[in-house]
Design a protein around this ligand. Structure first.
Ligand code: SAM
Length: 274
């Protein structure tokens, strides 16, 4: 495979364009990442230079090219029961309070805001089902900027890496093995509504309202401070008063916002909308 050279100027143009469209900030030291991840697209399209590619993608800024670019530059690492202490704390300690405050009448509304291939929202759904919550008593929305991962999420066929942390009881109840694949049961699949949503675009986030719990885990790390502030402010607006925002356990809202009350429960930090 012939290496296509990427000049510093074109790298910066592409990097700034990705930032403007997604909030994802790629530092100078990550030039190799753009080179590696985009070379395949150039080859597929028979394009000989990154300059030509940049022209193509920027003139076709709302269409398939942008979508393909997002698929290539996003990091989609995820798995079932990731950072599960946060989920257990939420289900055991926090949800009863939220449900009581709703007098049991309204549905619990949950949003997995950067869901990748679906393991996060499906894990939460299974946990709610294990708590004997009827599927009609909760609504789970899940979104991502990448169409590629959303297609996988809807298929809900997983490999051994993805399922490695799933407790046996869940595995037996909710998955069927077919060769090397693990197929998620249709009842769980039906509880999650997937859609494409770019968190940096105000109009997108504003379409999500009245949410009780938002998961936005392991995505803010890809944004710079300005983009984090914008995204978190939109997430704040999507939450009901008293609702919770859950970020990754290695992430922090320090210097981003003071609009949430950090609640430390069983060593998990959950951010409550004041
Ligand atoms: C590392 S995965 C995290 C998945 C899951 N939340 C977890 O913690 O396991 C980060 C996801 O954020 C998505 N993402 C990146 N920028 C985004 C944006 N501006 N809007 C929506 N999703 C975005 C990526 O496509 C990727 O699937």
């Amino acid at each position: 495979m012939l290496k296509i050279p990427l000049s510093d100027t074109t790298f910066k143009n592409i990097r700034d364009y990705i930032y403007e469209k997604s909030g994802i900030y790629i530092s100078d030291t990550k030039k190799y990442l753009i080179e590696n991840r985009l070379s395949r697209i150039l080859q597929e399209k028979n394009i000989n230079s990154f300059e030509e590619y940049f022209k193509l993608v920027s003139f076709n800024s709302n269409g398939n090219e942008l979508s393909r670019l997002f698929d290539a530059v996003t990091t989609n690492e995820t798995y079932f029961f990731r950072e599960s202490h946060q989920l257990t704390t939420l289900v055991e300690e926090v949800l009863p309070g939220i449900r009581n405050s709703k007098n049991g009448s309204n549905q619990l509304k949950v949003w997995s805001a950067a869901c990748s291939t679906g393991e996060e929202p499906y894990t939460f759904s299974m946990m709610l089902m294990e708590k004997r919550l009827s599927t009609g008593s909760f609504e789970i929305h899940a979104s991502d900027i990448s169409e590629g991962v959303l297609a996988s999420a809807k298929r809900a066929v997983y490999n051994s890496y993805s399922v490695r942390n799933i407790p046996d009881t869940y595995m037996k109840k909710y998955f069927a093995q077919a060769g090397k694949d693990f197929n998620l049961n249709a009842k769980v699949k039906a509880t999650v509504n997937f859609r494409k949503l770019n968190l940096i675009e105000d109009r997108n986030s504003k379409s999500m309202k009245g949410i009780d719990v938002i998961f936005c885990r392991n995505v803010l790390i890809y944004f710079d401070t300005r983009a984090k502030q914008k995204v978190v402010s939109n997430l704040y607006d999507s939450l009901n008063p008293g609702g919770y925002l859950i970020i990754g356990s290695s992430e922090s809202l320090h210097n981003i916002t003071r609009a949430f009350r950090p609640c430390v429960i069983n060593k998990a930090i959950l951010y409550q909308k004041i």
